[in-house]
Design a protein around this ligand. Sequence first.
Ligand SMILES: NC(=O)c1ccc[n+]([C@@H]2O[C@H](COP(=O)([O-])OP(=O)(O)OC[C@H]3O[C@@H](n4cnc5c(N)ncnc54)[C@H](OP(=O)(O)O)[C@@H]3O)[C@@H](O)[C@H]2O)c1
Length: 241
Amino acid sequence: MSGRILLTGGSGRLGSYLRDLLPNVVAPSRTELDVTRPHTIVAALDRYHPAVVVHAAAYTNVREAERDRATCWAVNVGGTRNHIRALAGRETFLVHISTDYVFSGAEGGYAEDDVPGPTRNYYGLTKLAAEEIARCAERHLIIRTSFRPSEWPYSTAFTDVYTSQDYIDVIAPEIALAIRRCTEVGWDTLHIATERKSVYDLARRRCPGVHAGSKGDAGVDLPRDVSLDIARWRELKSRWG
Ligand SMILES: NC(=O)c1ccc[n+]([C@@H]2O[C@H](COP(=O)([O-])OP(=O)(O)OC[C@H]3O[C@@H](n4cnc5c(N)ncnc54)[C@H](OP(=O)(O)O)[C@@H]3O)[C@@H](O)[C@H]2O)c1
């Protein structure tokens, strides 16, 4: 892929890594490009003429989203719809960042073509709706992922919650690779994560003294297993060498 990359959400956890990892990237602040204000998206597309738009901006506070549904919907669903409208008639390729939370978390091992939902929380619902809007872009790739900050932030971690998420410094380079080669992926949806493990096992990698806990102690309804099947991504990487 050659040409400029326009990144939304460049000040966020993932976006900050992508800014360093991607070539020729421009990441306007929210003041310049507010996804809820359609004319700012059009203006950025006209200004930068990107070959690829990476749409990583989102309302990501899962707990707050239950309370502030209007904002979460406006940013995640409205913001994606505004992008699709702005991209109409352009050659630009859209890479849309999505989440394992589009799945219920009842079974785990979800493959890209598994039927999503029912979502566990309002954030997951908005991200699922956003995915379906993103699919209306003529040229697109939806990346479902999940990540943690590079340090484990809590004193406990759950032994009975399973995930394929990993630390942001592990996941971001993988996503950057997929973005650099987005036009060669050949699929419209891609899971980028690592192997299935308990959250406790993930935490112990960076915080050996972390205490074992149970999801029953969390005080919120946590999915048991939102792990993603990553066979497609592994196959692509081995093909690319
Ligand atoms: N965190 C996870 O574990 C996780 C897991 C799976 C998928 N994802 C997805 O990965 C992407 C990045 O997540 P993250 O955790 O890195 O997000 P984050 O740290 O919460 O950052 C969110 C970003 O979105 C921007 N943003 C919010 N509202 C905006 C608006 N109206 N207009 C323009 N920009 C706006 C923020 O800008 P400001 O700095 O101006 O607020 C910030 O740059 C999201 O699509 C998220 O759904 C995250």
